[in-house]
Design a protein around this ligand. Structure first.
Ligand code: SF4
Ligand SMILES: [Zn+2]
Length: 127
């Protein structure tokens, strides 16, 4: 892992100076599990805003896995369509790479997309 955010214990990480070990996600995860600073690395990476942290596997977690852990700490939100209270990760981002989330859950968005597609497919041809 290389990042401007890395603190002092970086030098003890198995990935220090070895980007080759982190290129493949499976190998990177195995490397992290053998790493002597895994607990420090995990605490550090989970303290960062997800979208400002490094890409790829860090502390044996992919970006998506880290995002889920971080979002699970946030209060849940009520969907404006189904009114279910759902964790923040159940809502898509407003814009790729931005932390804000949609007000409608992914399930409702998917359902709406399916319904619209089915309606479109069964609609009589336009004359
Ligand atoms: S836990 Fe993984 S990402 Fe963190 S320092 Fe160790 S090898 Fe690098
Ligand atoms: Zn919903």
């Amino acid at each position: 892992m290389t990042s401007d955010y890395m603190p002092a214990w970086q030098a003890d990480g198995l990935c220090a100076g070895r980007p080759d070990l982190m290129a493949d996600p499976h190998q990177a995860e195995a490397t992290c599990h053998r790493c002597p600073v895994l607990p420090e690395c995990r605490d550090w990476v989970l303290s960062l805003p997800v979208h400002e942290g490094p890409d790829g596997v860090v502390a044996a977690m992919t970006l998506a896995e880290r995002e889920r852990v971080v979002l699970d700490r946030e209060p849940p939100r009520q969907c404006d369509t189904c009114l279910e209270i759902r964790p923040l990760w159940a809502y898509a981002q407003n814009t790729e790479g931005k932390p804000s989330r949609r007000k409608t859950c992914r399930t409702c968005v998917d359902r709406r997309t399916h319904t619209n597609r089915a309606r479109h497919e069964t609609a009589p041809p336009q004359t």
